[in-house]
Design a binder for this molecule. Structure first.
Ligand code: NQM
Length: 362
């Protein structure tokens, strides 16, 4: 039986890598589409029969099409293939893959680039929120070369400026999904926040850790991972996420005092493996947790004053800079805008082959 042929591009978006498809090149029925995505990325923990890299950060998919909203240029649905579980989770968004969505839209002819800079407003279908991307497009052509460096990526590239608009509660329905600033679960205090990504902030010291351990060391600590997973499963329904056993959210973020002048230091499990850096919206949510009065981070952070806060989130391979526009006049800080700097690069473009439907199987 002939294999299915699907046009695709592969881009590095921020510090992640993904397969990018036009929505019109995939079936619209979610189950049929997801089976194709799992085959495209690869089944099993090694993904030997697909294009993924056997890591959550390289098992990502962007599905992009013309916008269904008048206030956006394009629609972007993010899909995470959960490594080793052969399922697709469209609950979370991904700020790294999002950085590649602008360049993809230009390359695919969905957006016409302007000479100089091109602004692409993206409707993030997973959350129903908007992000404005600013791309370098001299002569009206996508430029990948530049002098912006981001941690976790070798060399430098052209900047993709990402301005998230009003992302609080995008996945769980509220900035504080449990309704509390602090909850006690599994014998520890946690602060659960959704400022674009559902994140559970926990104190590394409550787990007998400094918070500066390497991802390799944390990934080999089976007792820690089991404890984090049982807290995560318990918090799923409390965060309005339901049963999260097969979901990529919430992310579990161990926080500790920053060592290099940042707001906090992080080790984030996404959700079963410790991130080698930190996710974009994961960092925005962790930083938000840290500035909420009374959160688990209280006493551990020096919150910058002023409406626009330049915040650095430290992680295993460096730091992540965020510009947060915050209204602090109410009981809870209200995040108006979160700006981050990313880069992206087109890696390949062509036709992807997946087994014909009858051959595709568990
Ligand atoms: O939090 C990792 C990444 C991400 C997601 C993850 C991301 C985000 O580094 O917005 O970027 O949390 O799975 O790509």
């Amino acid at each position: 039986m002939k294999q299915l042929e699907i046009p695709f591009m592969q881009l590095r978006g921020g510090s992640s890598k993904g397969l990018y498809f036009l929505a019109s090149d995939l079936p619209s029925e979610a189950d049929v589409r997801n089976a194709i995505l799992v085959d495209a990325v690869g089944r099993g923990s090694r993904q030997i029969d697909g294009l993924g890299g056997a890591d959550p950060l390289t098992s990502k998919v962007a599905i992009v099409g013309p916008s269904t909203r008048a206030d956006a240029d394009i629609d972007f649905l993010f899909a995470q293939v959960v490594v080793g579980q052969d399922v697709v989770d469209t609950t979370p968004n991904c700020g790294n893959i999002l950085a590649g969505v602008g360049p993809f839209a230009v390359e695919a002819g969905l957006v016409r680039a302007q000479p100089g800079k091109t602004c692409v407003t993206v409707h993030m279908v997973n959350s129903g929120k908007l992000c404005a991307l600013l791309l370098a497009t001299p002569d009206g052509v996508m430029e990948y070369e530049g002098d912006t460096a981001i941690d976790g990526v070798p060399g430098t590239s052209a900047a993709v400026v990402c301005n998230y608009l009003d992302v609080a509660g995008s996945i769980c329905g509220a900035l504080l999904p449990t309704g509390n600033v602090v909850d006690s679960v599994g014998g520890v205090r946690v602060t659960c926040v959704d400022n674009g990504m559902p994140v559970v902030a926990l104190l590394a010291k409550d787990f007998g850790l400094t918070g500066h351990e390497s991802p390799e060391k944390l990934n080999s600590d089976q007792a820690l991972k089991t404890r984090l997973e049982s807290i995560r499963i318990e918090l799923g329904p409390m965060m309005n996420l339901g049963d999260v056993a097969d979901k990529a959210v919430p992310k579990m973020c161990l926080i500790s005092p920053a060592l290099h002048g940042g707001l906090i230091n992080t080790r984030t499990f996404i959700p079963h493996k410790c991130h080698s850096a930190v996710g974009v919206l994961g960092a925005v949510s962790a930083a938000t947790a840290a500035i909420i009065p009374g959160s688990v981070a209280e006493g551990l952070v020096n919150v910058p004053l002023g409406e626009t806060k330049q915040i650095s989130v430290e992680h295993p391979s460096g730091e992540f800079s965020i510009s947060l526009e915050v209204d602090e006049s109410g009981e809870l800080p209200e995040i108006k805008k979160a700006g981050v700097l990313r880069t992206a690069r087109l890696l390949s473009r062509g036709v992807l082959f997946v087994p014909a439907p009858a051959k595709r199987g568990p």
